[in-house]
Design a protein around this ligand. Structure first.
Ligand code: IFM
Length: 462
């Protein structure tokens, strides 16, 4: 099947450092919050961790060959902060930086564009011990780290993403406690969001200035995980809960960056529960520093209700209930997420309307399914192939409806450490055999390779 996408559409695959690299104590790397969290009993399914993961640190050249074989033009990866600046402050660690130096060179010589993310959740543990993201200083430490990486790689890397999914760092890490560092305090989560965004803005300013000083092109981005909040019913309680959910989980991340202000209704909601965002003079100007691209990670949208399971509309502390629910009737992936490609198209069109002017790249999209390999390790993943096909079609539809979408990156290049779910939930289009570290492209990878080849065929060659 071919898609109505332009010949210069960007095609990529994505990974992140802690999920694939392993080598957690080599060449001067110090622990991140994920190394620590993985040691907490019960935090990760089956007590697993990223100590070895896909052993990418030692297999990087072969992995770049694998990426090339898929025909993508772009590889999105992240840099491990505790590898290049152990402890999160002070001088760079040359041995850690050297790994990314080699990776970038390997990619470039394979004709693949590096798309670098500075932070995909692996905060140096020492910075968490000093207060973590709820603490304002962490934002400044992040900007220093960004400059260290730019200094070494800025001559060859044009595409820079500050943060991957600040929502996961702040909400899952500091409010729900299901991700590292495993804290559960709403007000800390709100402070974490602000300081993540502040760190993003500071890093954006510094990288833009460094690129200008060196007279180099730079494409600066942030990647958000986004999904629409959809009211579970027309009842006013559900509609109002949906507005609250949208303010807290969507507009709180988008408005300060693209509109220079937190949403007024969010500030009222927070005030009503006695929580304030720790904004200081000038912060919003920093946070809204101009960007070139918005990375969108999409997996699902959220049906939202204002009713608790027992029908109450306030919780024990008297706060209004805002809850996501599964209404049934939709197919689901192995991780239990509902499959909603139509809503992906709606989301992209919405971003185009509400935050006009910013080009979009889908920096992650994909699905975990219960893969069954054959004797050769091949997985005939019709379900994942269909998921990607349907979501690519949603991209096409959204473009027709006016959304400015410039690229699509599959999550993930290969099966890897899926955070609190450990290794059981496989998102790869390439199978990783964790016993042998063999990589075997699944049907979805071959399908993507052929789709990309068709998309690049000269016009009239169909
Ligand atoms: O594996 C993660 C990734 O690290 C961030 N985005 C969502 C993916 C699937 O859960």
């Amino acid at each position: 099947m071919s898609f109505d996408l332009p010949r210069d559409f960007r095609w990529g695959v994505a990974t992140s450092a802690y999920q694939i690299e392993g080598a957690v104590d080599e060449d001067g790397r110090t622990p991140s919050i994920w190394d620590t969290f993985c040691r907490v009993p019960g935090a990760i399914d089956n007590g697993e961790d990223g100590d070895v993961a896909c052993d990418h640190y030692h297999r990087m050249p072969e992995d770049v060959g694998l990426i090339k074989s898929l025909g993508v033009d772009t590889y999105r990866f992240s840099v491990a902060w505790p590898r290049v600046q152990p402890g999160g402050r002070g001088p760079a660690n040359p041995a850690g930086l050297a790994f990314y130096d080699r990776l970038v060179d390997e990619l470039l010589s394979a004709g693949i564009t590096p798309w670098l993310t500075l932070y995909h959740w692996d905060l140096p543990q020492e910075l968490e011990d000093a207060g973590g993201w709820p603490h304002r200083d962490t934002a400044y430490r992040f900007a220093d780290y960004a400059e260290i990486v730019y200094e070494r790689l800025g001559d060859r890397v044009e595409h820079w993403t500050t943060l991957n999914e600040a929502w996961c760092s702040a909400w899952l890490g500091y409010v729900e406690g299901v991700h590292a560092p495993g804290r559960r305090e709403f007000a800390d989560g709100i402070s974490a969001i602000h300081h993540l965004l502040l760190g993003h803005g500071l890093a954006t300013q510094r990288l833009r200035a460094a690129a200008e000083a060196a007279d180099r092109p730079i494409d600066l981005a942030i990647t958000h995980i986004l999904g629409n909040a959809i009211p579970a019913s027309d009842l006013p309680v559900d509609v109002e809960a949906t507005r609250r959910g949208d303010a807290l989980h969507f507009r709180m991340y988008m408005d300060p960056i693209f509109k220079g202000a937190y949403p007024a209704d969010l500030l009222e909601d927070l005030d009503a529960v006695g929580v304030a965002i720790p904004v200081e003079d000038g912060d919003l100007e920093i946070i809204s520093a101009p960007l070139d691209t918005l990375g969108v990670n999409y997996y699902r949208s959220m049906k939202t209700t204002g009713f608790a399971a027992d029908g109450a509309t306030t919780d024990a502390a008297g706060r209004p209930v805002t809850r996501t629910i599964d209404l049934g009737g939709l197919p689901k992936t192995y991780i239990d997420w509902e499959v909603m490609p139509d809503d992906f198209a709606n989301l992209l069109v919405r971003i185009g309307h509400e935050y006009s002017g910013i080009p979009l790249v889908i920096t992650e999209n994909g699905a975990a399914y219960d893969d069954v390999p054959d004797a050769d390790g091949f997985v005939d993943d019709e379900d994942r192939t269909k998921y990607i096909e349907d979501h690519l079609e949603a991209v096409v539809q959204a473009r027709r409806r006016g959304a400015d979408i410039r690229g699509y990156f599959a999550w993930s290049l290969m099966d890897n450490f899926e955070w609190a779910y450990g290794y059981d939930k496989r998102f790869g289009i390439v199978r990783t055999d964790y016993e042998t570290q063999a990589r075997t492209p699944k049907r979805s990878a071959l399908w993507l390779r052929d789709t990309i080849a068709r998309a690049r065929r000269p016009l009239g060659d169909d």
